[in-house]
Ligand binder design. Structure first.
Ligand code: ADP
Length: 358
């Protein structure tokens, strides 16, 4: 049987009349890196704070290593949280800030000194130990905040958008640092973000949330390549997956996507059960390639957005919008190009329910 570090069982919470968590079920195995991903306001911070015991829940249970903690105060839950705002004590040195949770637990000073030194080494902040927070950069402050969580060696680490106050370069550096720490320590981590790249790069398991509900739980690979519904398909991936509206039909070659205007193409990975349904056929940018003139589909180039190595290219194909990613400078706006669509990789969603069909 799997060894669960954390189990969330049917958690609900409302603020007044407004439900914010609508029955959340998540299991985190020992050592997993679970990312709660969703747009602003979807309830992910509320959920993280509920795990930490900072906010009560209305119903459901929170189980850490087999024991219900739902009624317990934060200090008894054996979790440590890293916040977006580093929340360091300005008058304490880095060493004192890191050692603070241990002093609160009345650990002997000699032992605290050893633990602080270990954590400082792990985070490579030994030269900073005697500084005050104001003498640190934002990235260094966030390392100290992470150190303060690490020093306690809790059962579960909770991260609440820890990178959002850092500039782009530091964000990438600190992200790698957190990933390294996870690999090195093998600790269970629960991490909240609205940034799908952060989720993709860090998670072993992504929980995609929207409006207080879970939309999908899966590995980064599953969430990206097999989104469970239209919401996940559009939320994960940049530029986002574009949808072609049509219906599914069948002919001699198997299941085909029909746009109702004379365009009918085989969809190799669809089965017969969905034939007759109104659908959205989703293609990611990498599923559209330039084709030799005279082959493939004709597309008009509506816009070209350079990103450096590649251009994001907004196309119209058969009257519907698509976005491709082509090598820099390969196409120009307001021209026509031939493109090849990799329909074997297409995602199909029911137009009515939004649910994945293939
Ligand atoms: P996220 O972290 O995904 O951005 P939150 O968990 O912070 O979302 O918030 C979820 C919803 O709950 C939002 O609609 C927010 O406005 C609402 N909310 C959060 N905190 C409170 C509060 N203290 N009182 C009332 N509504 C709140």
């Amino acid at each position: 049987m799997a060894n669960f570090a954390l189990q969330l069982k049917n958690i609900t919470k409302a603020y007044g009349e407004t439900p914010v968590l609508k029955g959340i079920n998540v299991d985190a195995e020992e050592g997993e890196f679970v990312v709660l991903l969703g747009p602003s306001g979807c309830g992910k911070s509320t959920l993280l704070h509920a795990i930490a015991g900072l906010h009560p829940i209305d119903s459901g249970d929170i189980i850490i290593e087999g024991k219900s903690v739902a009624g317990m105060p934060t200090r008894d839950r054996d979790v440590a949280m890293v916040f977006q705002s580093y929340a360091l004590y300005p008058n304490m040195t880095v060493a004192q800030n890191i050692g603070f949770p241990l002093r609160m637990r009345k650990m002997p000073a000699s032992e605290i000194a050893i633990r602080v030194a270990e954590v400082a080494k792990l985070l490579q902040i030994e030269p900073l130990l005697q500084r005050r927070p104001r003498e640190l950069s934002g990235g260094q402050r966030q390392r100290v905040a992470i150190g303060r969580a690490l020093v306690r060696d809790p059962k579960v680490f909770l991260f609440d958008e820890p990178l959002s106050n850092l500039d782009a370069t530091l964000r990438v550096e600190t992200r790698s640092e957190i990933k390294r720490l996870h690999a090195q320590l093998g600790k269970t981590m629960i991490y909240v973000t609205h940034d799908q790249i952060e989720a993709m790069t860090l998670a072993t398991k992504i929980v995609v949330m929207n409006k207080g509900d879970i939309q999908q739980i899966g590995t980064p690979h599953e969430v990206y390549h097999r989104p469970a519904n239209l919401f996940v398909a559009r939320f994960v991936g940049s530029p986002t997956m574009q949808m072609f509206a049509g219906t599914l039909a069948s002919n001699a070659s198997g299941v085909v996507f029909d746009d109702g205007k004379g365009w009918s193409v085989p969809v190799p990975n669809a089965d017969n059960t969905a034939v007759g349904k109104s659908v959205f056929l989703g293609l990611r940018p990498e599923h559209i390639a330039l084709a030799p003139a005279g082959s493939g589909e004709m597309a008009t180039v509506d816009a070209v957005e350079p990103t450096g190595p590649e251009d994001n290219v907004v196309l119209t194909i058969r009257g519907q919008k698509a976005i491709a990613r082509f090598p820099t400078g390969s196409v120009e706006a307001n021209t026509s190009v031939a493109v090849m669509l990799d329909l074997a990789k297409a995602s199909l969603f029911a137009a009515d329910s939004g649910l994945r069909l293939n």
